[in-house]
Design a protein around this ligand. Sequence first.
Ligand SMILES: [Zn+2]
Length: 279
Amino acid sequence: MSEKQRSIKESVQYEGIGLHSGRPVRMILKPAPANTGIVFVRTDLSGRPSVKAAIENVTSTMRATTLEKGAAKVSTVEHLLAAFYGMRIDNCIVELNFQEPPVGDGSAAVFVDLMKQAGIVELEAERTICYIKQSHAIYDNEGQRFILILPYDGLRLTYTSINSHPMLGKQFEDFIVTDKVFEEDISRARTIGFMKEIEQLQAMGLAKGGNLENCIVYDDTTCLSKLRFDDELVRHKMLDILGDLFLLGPIRGHIIALNSSHELNSRLSWDIRKELGEI
Ligand SMILES: [Zn+2]
């Protein structure tokens, strides 16, 4: 079934701090015509350089996704991209006066609310949907993590997380991703961090904007934050997958993953991209 491309109806603005930089940033989402894609514009740099959300422009997947083209560099964009994916918005200009979008509450909820506030419009052009025709599987070196995709009529996510933390353990979810499922079950799941790791990251100059409001924090034995879902970790991992796969455009397939990371997600995207040739 064909679908029309979509954009937002009006410009909307949101201010907050970046997760890693801890710096204030203003983000403006603007409507864009069909076939624009999601384009980030760095309004703080001379000449307002821009970079499109496309897999060819990914330069790093260490802890977060970074897009780069010329002087235009944006990082930690995966939750915002997941929101575009879930809300089926294909075209939008994202103006940022810094490298990182605001972290919001560590999930995609603020972005979803912002897009709803802007309103959504259908455009004349059809969406190019990527139907997975053959399976692809990516395993890490030790085989402890994997992500694979199978042909499927729809979008389905099956994720298992196995974590040694006593309060996390094994978590499993299986969703057929509809608009409602995305909004209610996936978009509100927040990033998870461990006290020890956060201290290490902050010593490296990262996660400076992380706090108990925008990150679920665990110390060695307990959870210091109030959870929105018992299995918020696995739901957030699904959100990350949607953000990472957004770089390929809308997909129809069944994704099955065990402890997958941004790096594996990105390798899967490249594998699919090779199958498709020019999208
Ligand atoms: Zn994430």
